[in-house]
Write a protein that binds this ligand. Structure first.
Ligand SMILES: [Cu+2]
Length: 286
């Protein structure tokens, strides 16, 4: 028995020190949108409650195993006949407790979070259409008449281990998505071919891009910076090579970027007129 305790203790210590060393590596990335923060809050709430329940239940279990042993002279209870009031209490109280935790402690905040997640339209100040295709992303600002593709730029050498891997290995693109800080952005996702999924962990959003359907989500990024993500729906042989990079910049910088993107008006208008499918083909051919 003693060696079992020692083993358990060493496992716990090993896990504890690994977690301490890794810092937040195993946790959520720092949330930068209301959705990401809400998701982290829900996660933490659930973790705390289930940890308390875990120790309560296992504590009680281990206590019962140890105390109610025959070799310590414990006499087993013998009962027959109708179920008594005490027994009903022991059956119903865990049920009531779990019901309360699920539907009230978790249910109410989860309901509010889901309602918030789905509210893509209220106060949205910018619309971005994200189209996935094998194997790149296309970003469109319909109101501004801007459309461009975003492809991974990690050299093949690094992938084939011919060269040392760069800092943002597999998470770097030629044309990142640029967004203004503090503005509610409504995203619309779709796809040209198979199902992809647009995912930026720090935003707390992941939405499937489904051919023939428009799906929505929103993000208000509260901090400027570069955020990276990936396609997270297996979409073919280069699924791992279609990262997402978002540059979140100040209002002024965003306006400047918009102006620079709009500048070659004729070229943008010409590609826009031929439709997104053709445009992707053109982009791939380059
Ligand atoms: Cu994909």
């Amino acid at each position: 028995m003693r060696s079992m305790y020692k083993f358990g203790l060493s496992v716990l210590l090993a896990l504890g020190s690994a977690a301490a060393l890794a810092g937040y590596a195993f946790n959520f990335p720092e949330p930068v949108t209301p959705i990401a923060r809400e998701t982290l809050h829900m996660h933490n709430l659930v973790m705390v409650v289930i940890l308390v329940l875990f120790f309560l239940v296992f504590g009680l279990l281990i206590y019962s195993f140890r105390v109610h042993r025959k070799d310590t002279g414990y006499k087993a209870a013998t009962f027959s006949g109708p179920v008594g009031r005490k027994q009903w209490l022991w059956v119903l109280s865990p049920f009531a407790l779990l019901f309360f935790i699920d539907y009230v402690v978790f249910g109410i905040p989860a309901y509010h979070a889901v309602v918030m997640y789905e509210d893509t339209k209220t106060d949205a100040e910018l619309v971005v259409k994200v189209t996935g295709s094998q194997w790149l992303w296309q970003y469109e600002f319909p109101a501004e008449g801007i459309s461009y593709t975003s492809r991974m730029i990690t050299p093949r050498d690094q992938i084939d281990s011919g060269a040392a891997k760069g800092e943002h290995y597999l998470l770097e693109v030629d044309n990142p998505l640029v967004l203004p800080v503090g503005k509610k952005v409504r995203f619309i996702t779709t796809s040209n071919d198979v199902i992809h999924s647009w995912w930026v962990p720090a935003f707390g959003v992941k939405r499937d891009a489904v051919p023939g359907f428009l799906r929505e989500f929103w993000a208000t990024v509260e901090k400027t910076g570069t955020y990276r993500g990936q396609c997270s729906e297996l979409c073919g042989k280069e699924h791992g090579f279609m990262p997402v990079v978002v540059n979140v910049v100040s209002q002024e910088e965003f306006a400047k970027w918009l102006a620079s993107k709009k500048a070659p008006v004729t070229a943008t208008a010409a590609t826009a007129a031929t439709g997104p499918a053709t445009q992707v083909v053109v982009a791939k051919a380059q």
